[in-house]
Design a protein around this ligand. Structure first.
Ligand SMILES: CCCCCCCCCCCCCCCC(=O)SCCNC(=O)CCNC(=O)[C@H](O)C(C)(C)COP(=O)(O)OP(=O)(O)OC[C@H]1O[C@@H](n2cnc3c(N)ncnc32)[C@H](O)[C@@H]1OP(=O)(O)O
Length: 891
């Protein structure tokens, strides 16, 4: 294809990516805004969804993005008083108790530490140190009491003792020998070279270990505990923990086996809080794996004294060349720490999330824990998924990285600046949640047994790989030692365990006030909402969240909670303005009836109005949807996605399947859209497959089909979808067609050209209908919008693959082209969801396409990594079909 032809093709695709530029009559679809009105064209829908900025903001988008929007500001927000919500239900009785461990894989652990009084134990703010029995010192000098009494009675192995064991181990010797052989191989004086290399590797091993090892000191722990109690109280309103969760942790700690704590990673405060809480409750503080980028002067030394051991964040410098000595050292060091029964902690996601969503687990350190059990180093361990919820994140935001810019390196000055920034701001509340500890032994033992799940899956005709592969117990010399020696079954087992831990950690995460308010602003009220309506919706949302078994990290009067959240988010993210000043801004999802009622109410309120206005009641709260601020809002909001994940998948599937038929629906009328349940479930699976790098939809012991069916039932119970038994001359089992799809390697059938009809199955199809009540349609579109930005991001990346039709591009160039292109669409006002251009989303889409073998990468002669479009997608038609499949979710 010559350049002109390519440009022509590209223009075609660009036009496709920017439907607003097309003048053709576009399809008719429904949108949340229109749920209470008439069908509109997709063209109009895009206009509606576009952020429709006032002229000032539009100017900003095209040029300088870093200034706050110059909307008509009412100084109300500044006057929003910081009213910390009161914890009226301190017993925890009214709240769902989160974090019970899995009944499938760890039923024994589930009953071992839990007693019926646990859920009612209520919360404690760990910053309020209240020890009535500790005497005068505890009451009036809590920091001193804490420093001298609790959590300091443990002995920790010294760095020297551990180093001796590690350097003397068989594994490290073998690795040094192996390294020396590979260095000296083929050299002229082989033996001489071997001895030289041996000495070199041995010296390096000593240095690496010196840089790695922790040397926990009780004195430094005491001092830090004292300082933290003071300092945290200055910047945070409270740090709440559920006493029942802590009680289970304490019980596990008494079992005489290591606790391995694996929190999700959101902020640098995570590890400080984890160790601090354990210290306060008299549990041995853990050895924490820290990336060596944090080993900066002064801080590195202090962290080491507090239990940090430093690891390389990438084990091998060069692709394809394993650093055997380093791997052996790290493995043996961790093993020795575990042998002395120390607690451990590491961040299984491998780094802080840039999007607010959990990252896929890394398997390296976890595989060492699993091996330590199989090798008999430990008789068992208690694994503890955990998470920290922040009203406001302390370490700034990740907008630069989401805009595609490089991450700044950690430096001493940078750390000082960060600390100063923290001291000069307020961060609201923090909630730390620990899931119920579960036994590693029990989890692995259950892996040796056929799971009841296997029969459930096969009854649906689905042949997923066995969730728990059966392993041989052998003494390993490897794990971190390299692919050549890690058995695939073991990899799968560790991967599954990691996914389970991240899944559990996400489920134990409390929804904070800022999460909830941002979520509402990013889904229901993108164009702004009245303060009173926002409060009303926040109350509704709180109910929806707790009804799904998740707790919120606040309580008290909802008006105060919303004000508190808005004040913390600040003017950069949300503005308030009087309604009169923005007559064009209406609550986009409000029904006509609701509007009428509100108008009447307003008239009645009359005299009260002035006072209410002062309180911000009739103010419009408008989220800042411009780049890059929108990334901060979406960061907060993304925490809530996990609560509605499967329902949202199904809403998207329903709308995608209904597609053209949706616009035949007249809200409130008797007509209906009837769909095959089977088709909807299949579409939902396709969407889960599309978003597999974004979420863990079900734990590895779970079944996606069951989970999706359950979620569909929830939509049926809430009457958003109605179930109808329709008989179309049935023969085989109703789910078999869907099941066969899942049984194939990809739900998208990328490597599977066979159509459903090829199986020659006719089914008795259960039918579902979309409820045409305006209110319920609104809910359906609300659920749809939860995943909207991600789908748009994936679709954008797919559209950009057309650039690769004719030539391969360097990875960095392709990545910045996609990012610039997406940001350009936003600047032109063409994006439906501004946040769809987040680098995190674009990168995950790219990873997925690599996983699906649509693209791959290779190194050219100059060692530059190039992206390559694979066959058969190098064909315009095939690529078009592929993009169409993703586009189907954008209806
Ligand atoms: C009282 C007062 C208290 C105050 C108190 C203050 C506390 C003061 C503490 C400070 C504490 C700071 C804490 C900072 C927080 C961070 O810095 S977070 C960042 C650092 N931490 C982590 O990354 C932990 C999780 N990461 C991992 O586990 C990663 O696997 C590693 C080990 C970093 C390696 O990553 P990688 O190089 O990308 O390699 P990866 O693909 O994961 O695999 C490496 C090897 O692992 C093994 N492996 C990987 N997956 C599997 C699997 N599924 N199955 C089996 N083996 C596997 C294989 O051997 C593999 O090698 P190959 O065979 O593939 O060649």
């Amino acid at each position: 294809m010559n350049l002109e032809k390519m440009e022509e093709v590209y223009r075609k695709w660009e036009a496709r990516a920017n439907p607003a530029q097309q003048n053709s009559q576009t399809r008719m679809v429904w949108t949340p805004a229109e749920a209470g009105g008439m069908p509109i064209s997709k063209q109009r829908r895009n206009d509606k969804f576009r952020e429709d900025p006032p002229p000032e903001r539009r100017r900003r988008r095209s040029g300088k993005l870093s200034h706050p929007p110059s909307l008509d500001l009412v100084p109300e927000l500044a006057r929003f008083k910081y009213t910390p919500p009161a914890f009226y239900d301190m017993t925890g009785g009214q709240r769902p108790f989160m974090g019970r461990c899995c009944a499938n894989c760890t039923s024994g652990s589930r009953e071992m530490l839990f007693t019926s009084d646990i859920p009612g134990m209520g919360f404690r703010n760990v910053l309020k140190f209240n020890k009535p029995r500790g005497g005068i010192i505890a009451r009036y000098f809590p920091q001193i009491y804490l420093a001298y009494s609790e959590g300091v009675n443990y002995s920790y192995p010294s760095a020297g003792e551990l180093a001796k064991e590690v350097l003397g181990s068989r594994r490290v010797h073998a690795a040094i020998h192996k390294g020396a052989i590979s260095d000296s191989e083929g050299r002229a004086k082989e033996e001489f070279e071997y001895n030289k290399a041996l000495q070199g590797h041995a010296r390096r091993a000593g240095q690496v270990l010196g840089n790695m090892a922790a040397s926990t000191s009780n004195v430094v722990l005491r001092i830090t505990g004292w300082v933290l109690l003071k300092v945290l109280g200055m910047i945070l309103f409270c740090v709440n923990v559920h006493q029942g969760q802590i009680e289970m942790l304490k019980r596990a700690a008494k079992e005489g086996v290591p606790l391995v704590i694996m929190p999700t990673h959101r902020s640098h405060l995570d590890y400080v809080l984890m160790s601090f809480i354990l210290y306060i409750y008299g549990i041995r503080v853990p050895f924490v794996a820290a990336g060596d980028n944090l080993n900066i002067p002064v801080f590195g030394w202090v962290m080491r004294k507090l239990g940090a051991y430093f690891i390389k964040r990438k084990l091998d410098k060069e692709v394809g060349k394993k650093d055997h000595v380093y791997r052996a050292l790290l493995h043996t060091y961790m093993e020795e720490v575990l042998r002395t029964n120390q607690n451990m902690e590491f961040f299984i996601e491998g780094g802080r999330s840039r999007s607010g969503k959990a990252l896929a687990p890394k398997g390296g350190l976890l595989s060492v824990i699993v091996d330590a059990y199989y090798d008999g180093i430990i008789s068992d361990a208690f694994l503890v998924p955990a998470s920290v919820g922040y009203d406001k994140i302390l370490d700034g935001d990740f907008t630069n990285e989401q805009m595609g810019r490089l991450k700044k390196k950690e430096t001493f000055i940078g750390a000082l600046k960060g600390i100063w920034g923290v001291f000069t701001s307020k961060f609201g509340q923090v909630r730390v949640d620990f899931a119920e500890p579960f036994s590693l032994k029990e989890y692995l033992d259950s892996a040796q047994m056929p799971s009841p799940l296997t029969s459930e899956l096969s009854s649906h005709g689905i042949h997923r790989p066995h969730p728990h592969p059966v392993l041989k117990k052998t003494v390993s010399d490897h794990s971190l030692y390299g692919t050549d020696v890690v058995v695939e079954d073991q990899r799968q087992l560790v991967r599954g365990l990691g996914e389970h831990i991240v899944y559990d950690a996400v489920r134990v995460n409390s929804i904070m006030s800022t999460n909830l308010v941002s979520f509402l602003l990013m889904t229901k009220h993108r164009q702004g909402v009245e303060f009173s309506k926002l409060v009303e919706d926040a109350e509704w949302m709180k109910g929806e969240i707790t009804a799904r078994g998740r707790d919120v990290g606040f309580s008290g009067e909802m008006r105060a909670v919303v004000k508190h959240a808005l004040a913390l988010m600040g003017r950069n993210l949300v503005n308030t303005q009087s309604r009169q000043q923005r007559p064009d801004v209406v609550n986009e999802t409000e029904s006509q009836d609701a509007k009428k009622t509100r108008v009447t109410e307003k008239a009645k309120e009359g005299a009260e109005k002035e006072g209410e206005k002062q309180a911000g009641r009739d103010q419009m709260v408008v989220p800042n949807m411009a780049l890059p601020e929108v990334f901060v809002l979406s960061y907060y909001s993304n925490t809530v996605i996990s609560v509605f994940l499967l329902e949202s998948v199904l809403a998207n599937a329903v709308i995608a399947v209904a597609n053209q038929e949706m616009h035949t629906l007249n809200p409130g009328q008797q007509n209906k859209v009837t769909l095959s349940k089977d088709r909807v479930l299949q579409k939902a699976t396709e969407l889960c497959d599309l978003l597999q790098f974004e979420f863990i939809f079900v734990p590895p012991c779970g079944c996606l089909y069951t989970a999706l069916s359950d979620a569909l039932d929830k939509l049926i119970i809430s009457e958003i979808i109605q179930s109808e038994q329709d008989v179309s001359d049935g023969c085989s089992s109703q789910d078999s067609r869907w099941a066969r799809r899942v049984a194939s390697s990809s739900a998208w059938g990328i490597d599977d050209d066979k159509d459903d009809e090829d199986f020659g199955i006719c089914t008795k199809e259960e039918q579902i209908t979309v409820n045409s009540s305006p209110e319920l349609l609104q809910k359906l579109f609300f659920f749809q919008s939860v995943l909207g930005p991600l789908i748009e991001g994936y679709w954008l990346t797919a559209c950009n693959l057309v650039r690769l039709l004719d030539r391969d591009l360097p990875e960095s160039e392709f990545s910045s082209l996609v990012s610039d292109y997406s940001q350009d669409r936003v600047a032109k006002g063409l994006a439906i969801y501004t946040e769809s251009c987040a680098m995190d989303t674009l990168r995950n889409a790219w990873r997925l396409f690599q996983h699906w073998k649509v693209i791959d990468s290779y190194q050219d002669a100059e060692k530059i990594k190039l992206v390559h479009l694979k066959e058969p997608f190098r064909n315009e038609q095939k690529l078009g079909d592929f993009i169409d499949k993703i586009e189907a979710f954008r209806t």
